[in-house]
Write a protein that binds this ligand. Sequence first.
Ligand code: GDP
Ligand code: ADP
Length: 190
Amino acid sequence: MKIMTENKVIVLTGPAGAGKTSIASYLKDRWQVPQVITHTTRAKRIGEVDGVDYYFESASSFLLNDYLESVHYSQADYGSSMEGLQKGWEQSSLACIVLDTKGAETYLKRLGSQAWVWYVTIGDVAKLEKRLVDRGDDQAAVHVRLTAPEFKRDLQLPEELEGHATVLKNDDWQETCQEVDRLIQSYRAL
Ligand SMILES: Nc1nc2c(ncn2[C@@H]2O[C@H](COP(=O)(O)OP(=O)(O)O)[C@@H](O)[C@H]2O)c(=O)[nH]1
Ligand SMILES: Nc1ncnc2c1ncn2[C@@H]1O[C@H](COP(=O)(O)OP(=O)(O)O)[C@@H](O)[C@H]1O
């Protein structure tokens, strides 16, 4: 499939609770940046909508899609398709996607400078648990997530992304929004 060189995708990555999904929503609401919807076999959380937050799949339906990359993360499968990315780019030359750090590495390898990686983090990682609880995740799900090796891995910016990622420390939401505004404005001014 042809990749238009003027298109770009913001790859939001980082540990659970850091604020990737919140930033994706802000990008959509404030800057009309469409989010590429990915596929997952994990159970739907309260309030999540199929086709909006994810394409929720069974173990067998997950296998029917053609993925640009897919990962196993904390007891579930996740995958993103080239079709999804193209759909995003049909709406806007700047799209965004939420991926784990393995997926972000793959996007960087496959898309080069068309992948703009934003590593979302937090000053005090101990606060991540409270964010997940406040989000409404049940206690068992929070425990599974916080003890997953993938979660622990994503607490650090991987070596492969060093020098290729914009680091966003999402401690204060208003400051994060201002930083996102600055990044998008400087991109648009290019
Ligand atoms: N590589 C990859 N990661 C994905 C994809 N979709 C979601 N993720 C990542 O999977 C991880 C788990 O996502 P989720 O279950 O929504 O939990 P959350 O991180 O607690 O919001 C997160 O790091 C997401 O960024 C995908 O298609 N590919
Ligand atoms: N700067 C912040 N301060 C406090 N809470 C935040 C901040 N950013 C996001 N949150 C909240 O933390 C929870 C996890 O954020 P979310 O965007 O779902 O993270 P992720 O997608 O990285 O797992 C949500 O309830 C969200 O509203």
